[in-house]
Design a protein around this ligand. Structure first.
Ligand SMILES: Cc1ncc(C[n+]2csc(CCOP(=O)(O)OP(=O)(O)O)c2C)c(N)n1
Length: 330
């Protein structure tokens, strides 16, 4: 079997999407530190290649489920940046009218079925969506993003079983970022995660999640299989969480450490954006100029989105009440 690679233009597009996620998250990190955000944020810095490489193979009508670390999935699937930032700032113009915040960014019109604060909750949502896609016979595919920690939830087994049995158009994407909160994965996860899917006769790939080309290739195979009626696939993508589990995790840890600074540095050297930039720079001066243009375009988008969020009116408290109590007086 010959392996297809992204064209040079596609690689530039992958680079730009990863950079948009990175610059957005760096800005959120800084705004959080400055005390400007109303809630917590879980950042995806270092893991951008996975959402980007997978979603580049999806159509707008395809669907994804996401996690508490969901900004990257939302942006990779084409979610609007301004509306996401306004949501994180709890503003009326937010993608969920400021009712959900960082952990609940969703846009059904783009197939983004939602970030989710409940670890592992995406499995059943994705499986249900894939079942409906199969019944509708419109060739839609679902990608389900989840962490290595989430793979210890029992619902994964139920969903793998049903996905295999019913031949659902579903791609399971395990983002193995080495930690579950403050626990190194090896202390809480037995065996190889991918073996859970193998037990249900689901085709599996274990890949280097910081290599956007490898992710793109694995996703292409899996998405095409799903779209052509070949059923589910499982991708275990290895990566590393560079930031804390959530910003300001030091407050939780009270000085305790669960990893070494040298380990973080060694993974920074494997940054998916740096690696891709090197590949593109090798093309010469014109490509280097194109990279600079991308950088300024992305920065302008992020600055504009923060301005939009800051200048938007606050979320509607009455709407929050009516959504919670369905018109009844609390
Ligand atoms: C059902 C449930 N159990 C526990 C938690 C607390 N919790 C939040 S994030 C997290 C770790 C998840 O690890 P993983 O799935 O690997 O995702 P990562 O944070 O590494 O991206 C836990 C245990 C939760 N939110 N939901």
């Amino acid at each position: 079997m010959t392996t297809v690679s992204p064209s040079r233009d596609e690689l530039f597009a992958l680079y730009e999407r990863m950079l948009l996620i990175r610059r957005t998250e760096e800005r959120l990190r800084d705004e959080n530190k400055a005390g400007n955000l109303p809630g917590a944020v879980h950042l995806y810095i270092g893991e951008e290649a996975i959402a980007t490489g997978v979603c580049a193979n999806l159509r707008e009508s395809d669907m994804i489920t996401s996690t508490h670390r969901g900004h990257g999935h939302y942006l990779a699937k084409g979610g609007d940046l301004n509306a996401m930032m306004a949501e994180i700032w709890a503003k009326k113009t937010g993608i969920c009218k400021g009712m959900g915040g960082s952990m609940h960014v969703a846009d059904f019109s783009k197939g983004i079925l939602g970030a989710n604060g409940i670890v592992g909750a995406g499995f059943a949502i994705a499986t249900g969506a894939a079942y409906s896609a199969m019944l509708a016979k419109e060739g839609r595919v679902v990608a389900d993003f989840f962490g290595d920690g989430a793979s210890n939830q029992g619902t994964l087994m139920e969903c793998l079983n049903v996905a295999s049995l019913w031949n659902l158009p579903l791609v399971f994407v395990c983002e193995h970022n080495t930690f579950s909160e403050f626990s190194p994965s090896k202390t809480v996860t037995a065996g190889n995660i991918v073996d859970r899917a193998r037990a249900f006769n689901i085709p599996c790939q274990v890949i280097e999640g910081n290599d956007v080309i490898a992710v793109w290739q694995a996703a292409k195979t899996a998405v095409e299989r799903a779209r052509n009626g070949g059923g589910p696939s499982f991708i275990e993508a290895h990566t590393y969480r560079i930031q804390g589990h959530l910003e300001a995790e030091d407050l939780f840890l009270g000085g305790q450490k669960y990893r070494e600074a040298a380990e973080i540095e060694s993974w920074k050297a494997k940054c998916p954006i740096k690696v891709t930039r090197k590949l593109l720079e090798a093309g010469g001066a014109a490509d280097t100029a194109r990279l600079a243009e991308i950088e300024s375009r992305v920065m302008a988008q992020v600055d504009a989105a923060v301005r939009f969020a800051e200048e938007s009116p606050p979320a509607d408290a009455e709407l929050a009440f009516s959504l919670m109590f369905d018109g009844q007086t609390p």
